[in-house]
Design a protein around this ligand. Structure first.
Ligand code: MN
Ligand code: MN
Length: 463
């Protein structure tokens, strides 16, 4: 053996180097990766909001034989059930043949994404233009939401208990909505401000109409728009008080690049983990018990009765434990969870925001974040070495392409996920998800290879 070859072999044995996913797969797998991405793109276009994601997930689950569960129902091994939490969050459960003394496997992702919610009194007219006022939801860079087509999705709940569903801006023939920006010619003051000062939230107002009703001098445009809404949905201005209407980018998911390596879309965070989690759960043939959680309100701290902090998951675990005759504390103690959420992909255009040795690289596979949080890991779930060691074994057995990473350079910022709320229940939990470029932008970017490795990794986990 030549000396060079020997050195190379030693390095291969001893060094850890994340590799490009495409270097580790064959042509057949490339076909699978691309085919899988087509299903994901359809999911993205159907599921623009948390409510629509839950609806779409239920449709997929029912096709796979899942039935709705209500508390008190018996849970037999072999059953496949789902719990629909107020149409905004969902849990799928596959009840295994195995006893639950050694716990179950849990995958948790979230289905809400940053967006612009309508205020409860949203409507006004100024200079004969009708607008809806918005209140942003989640962490956004406000200027990114100006001058792009926006669609309106959501529900209006009426006093009589009925509910109107709204979805405008997605069909080719639909109108869209629009937030204006100042022309560069007159922006000398705007461009010298900081980004935080230059784009106040109270300027994020959707243009929704411009034709005045004849013979009416005040608020004639607003009246015209309200008349259209009344004819179409039977609602009046007061009904917005009990509405949840969300403005989201009216742009479909698209392949990016001549080689179509990437998918750009609204809402990759966190549908790019939600979708693989659902497909892994629906396809599993395990004899273990699997729980797939699709949570709401992650982007604002997992609060409320549809967020991950709600006791509902614990209630379901208690019911499962009861059905199997197992102490629920023992079930939780031995359960394992992957908190499936996106991470920041290394972006060479903003290299200084990352620390290259510990960044998640796009195309190098689904990325594990041992911890999240900010500064000194504040607010983080910091998974144990033992649990990560266990998962390395699971992934090695199935030849999963994956990498380790952390969300950007230390001291620059940070973030959290649902991981800590699941871990708080005495469940081993680690964050793992697809690296995203331009995270939280109206149109985010992911790699098809990373998406597919997420499906493979979650499938190995629930096997
Ligand atoms: Mn997320
Ligand atoms: Mn997010």
């Amino acid at each position: 053996m030549s000396e060079d070859k020997e050195v190379k072999q030693w390095k291969e044995k001893l060094f850890y180097r994340p590799k490009n996913g495409y270097d580790q797969i064959d042509a057949e797998q490339t076909g699978e990766i691309f085919a899988y991405a087509e299903g994901y793109k359809r999911f993205l276009d159907a599921a623009r909001t948390e409510r629509e994601a839950v609806k779409e997930a239920i449709r997929m689950a029912e096709d796979a034989g899942f039935v709705p569960y209500t508390f008190g129902m018996e849970l037999q091994p072999g059953a496949k059930v789902y719990v629909n939490n107020r149409g905004k969050a969902l849990m799928l459960a596959v009840l295994g043949e195995q006893t639950l003394d050694h716990g179950c496997v849990i995958a948790g992702a979230h289905v809400d994404s940053p967006r612009l919610d309508l205020k409860q009194t949203p409507m006004y007219e100024d200079s004969e233009l009708a607008y809806f006022k918005t209140h942003y939801y989640g962490g956004i860079k406000k200027y990114q939401w100006l001058t792009i087509p926006l669609a309106l999705h959501g529900v209006v709940a009426l006093k009589d208990g009925s509910k109107v569903t709204v979805r405008v801006g997605e069909e080719e023939s639909d109108p869209v909505f629009y937030i204006t920006d100042l022309l560069p010619h007159l922006s000398q003051e705007q461009v010298t401000k900081t980004i935080a000062e230059g784009f106040p939230a109270e300027n994020l107002n959707l243009l929704v109409g411009g034709i005045p009703v004849k013979d009416d001098d005040k608020d004639a445009v607003k009246r015209g728009v309200l008349a259209i809404l009344n004819a179409k949905y039977g609602i009046t201005e007061e009904d917005f008080i009990s509405a949840e209407l969300e403005a989201v980018p009216a742009v479909k998911a698209k392949d990016v690049g001549f080689d179509r390596a990437f998918v750009a879309s609204y809402g990759h965070d966190d549908r790019v983990c939600t979708y693989p989690e659902i497909t892994a759960t629906l396809q599993t043939e395990t004899d273990q018990t699997v729980l797939c959680i699709l949570a709401d309100k992650e982007e604002i701290g997992s609060e409320g009765n549809t967020g991950m902090q709600c006791v509902l998951i614990n209630d379901l675990l208690n019911e499962i434990a009861k059905s199997y005759g197992v102490n629920p504390s023992v079930l939780r103690e031995h359960s394992k969870c992957i908190s499936a959420d996106v991470t920041a992909g290394y972006d060479p255009a903003y290299a200084s925001a990352f620390e290259e040795m510990n960044a998640g690289f796009v195309n190098s596979g689904v990325t594990m974040n041992k911890f999240t949080g900010a500064r000194g890991k504040s607010g983080s779930n910091d998974a144990s070495a033992e649990y990560i060691g266990y998962l390395r074994g699971v992934f090695a057995k199935e030849n999963i392409v994956w990498q380790t990473g952390e969300l950007g350079r230390v001291d620059l910022g940070g973030g959290g996920t649902v991981a800590k709320f699941i871990a708080n229940m005495n469940i081993d939990t680690v964050d793992m998800g697809v690296p995203v470029l331009s995270m939280h932008a109206p149109y985010e970017l992911i790699s098809k290879a990373d998406l597919y490795t997420a499906h493979k990794a979650f499938s190995a986990f629930v096997k």
